[in-house]
Design a protein. Sequence first.
Length: 109
Amino acid sequence: MPQPIASGELEAKINAGCAVRWPDAPELDGLYALDEGALALLALYAAMPPKERTLGWPRIGALGCHVTIAQLVRLGGALAGYRASLTLAGAVRQAGADLPWPAQPVTIA
């Protein structure tokens, strides 16, 4: 049986961010934040009417990038899903069951 997760292990994984690969836009590949503030801002942008303009978005340890609202919506969905998977794995592991941490990179198709 796996050991329960150490205090802070889930938080450390969230703070480390998520590697994302964009096969159709490799210039957007990078490490993106998973904190609640970043995900809330992505959700806010997702509620905006789609426009063709681009917005700047930060990456961890690299220059930011310019993305369209449609790309931000896809990024937000991928990051929120990955964070939810981390949270689920952490809860299951804390309960003593064996569930591996979700893998990276996340591919946005």
